[in-house]
Design a protein around this ligand. Structure first.
Ligand SMILES: CC(C)(COP(=O)(O)OP(=O)(O)OC[C@H]1O[C@@H](n2cnc3c(N)ncnc32)[C@H](O)[C@@H]1OP(=O)(O)O)[C@@H](O)C(=O)NCCC(=O)NCCSC(=O)c1cc(O)c2ccccc2c1O
Length: 274
């Protein structure tokens, strides 16, 4: 049992459940009948919920999980895979999970994947993208792409290799094996493994610990760790956070104020640190 009371955020979602408590937002993929595989609508709803969590100043940590104990997420829903992507009600083929990956990656708050059961295919990449992964002892991890005629050569390949190393990443992709929670822990794919019954409590514990720390420090650390891997997009993210901080400073405000008051800015009063 977990000593936390979640409040449902009802946005009319059908494929996910979104709730909040104590500064934590929780996104649950709710399609257990297909091991929480995502279709375009699922991803659209997740994009909406993650955007809400990003923009809500009261939220400091986001949890991503799957409904039930059998799966975190089994990737793209193969039943709606058409030509050129996964097809929604509008008939348009999409790979919109890539938009979701970028949103989770750049969300300026820690995102925890709470994994029970299978994290497979595109579902495996989703847990990889999250900042931290807490796995239940029944969790199983793996890629299936080369078996089912797909691959994720973006974060799914390069970021995975950053985490587990080049040899292991090639093994995971080329052989499409499944790995249990202990093996995942050994290769650094997950941060910790707990008994299934303790998964929610442990996930909330980690979230609470981070909530007690400086949100700005966490924001910059996430952006800095991303920038190490993400090239110019990573630098943009890091620099955007720096600009935000600068806007909050007296020096930044002086520039704006001087413009509005139609006078030259007075930057002489600001120190130059070594
Ligand atoms: C996940 C499993 C290992 C679970 O096995 P288990 O034996 O526990 O359960 P079943 O196999 O019997 O499944 C129960 C039930 O769920 C259906 N189901 C499971 N997964 C999916 C799925 N992904 N899509 C549709 N349906 C699914 C299954 O058919 C059963 O239904 P019944 O009606 O028969 O009861 C195992 O299920 C499994 O291996 N699943 C497939 C995993 C997979 O291959 N996923 C897709 C990989 S490709 C991908 O995800 C992907 C998505 C993207 O959007 C990308 C975008 C850009 C680049 C790459 C992308 C990408 O690779």
């Amino acid at each position: 049992m977990t000593d936390i009371t979640w409040t449902l955020c009802d946005h009319g979602y059908t494929d996910i459940v979104y709730d909040k408590a104590e500064g934590i937002a929780r996104v649950t993929i709710n399609r257990p009948e297909v091991r929480n595989a995502f279709r375009p609508l699922t991803v659209q709803e997740m994009l909406h919920a993650f955007t809400d969590a990003r923009d809500d100043a009261e939220i400091g940590v986001v949890i991503l999980r799957g409904a039930g104990d059998l799966a975190f997420c089994s990737g793209g829903d193969q039943r709606v895979r058409g030509e050129g992507g996964y097809v929604g009600d509008d008939g348009v083929p999409r790979l919109n999970v890539l938009d979701l990956q970028r949103l989770i990656r750049t969300l300026p708050k820690p995102v925890i994947a709470s994994v029970a059961g299978y994290a497979i295919g595109g579902g495996h990449v989703l847990h990889l993208i999250c900042d931290l992964t807490i796995a239940a002892d029944n969790a199983r991890f793996g890629q299936t792409g080369p078996k089912v005629g797909s691959f994720d050569g973006g974060y799914g390949a390069s970021y995975m290799a950053r985490i587990v190393g080049q040899k292991k990443a090639r093994e995971i992709w080329f052989l499409c094996r499944q790995y249990d929670a202990t093996q995942a822990l050994e290769m650094g794919l997950v941060n910790t493994v707990v008994p299934l019954a303790e998964l929610e409590a442990e996930t909330v514990k980690w979230a609470r610990e981070m909530l007690a720390n400086s949100p700005t420090a966490l924001r910059f650390l996430k952006a800095a760790l991303n920038a190490d891997c993400d090239g110019q997009a990573g630098l943009q993210e890091l620099a955007g956070s720096a600009t935000l901080l600068f806007y909050l400073s007296e020096e930044g405000k002086e520039g704006k104020q001087a413009f509005l008051e139609k006078r030259p800015p007075d930057f002489k009063k600001f120190k130059r640190f070594p």
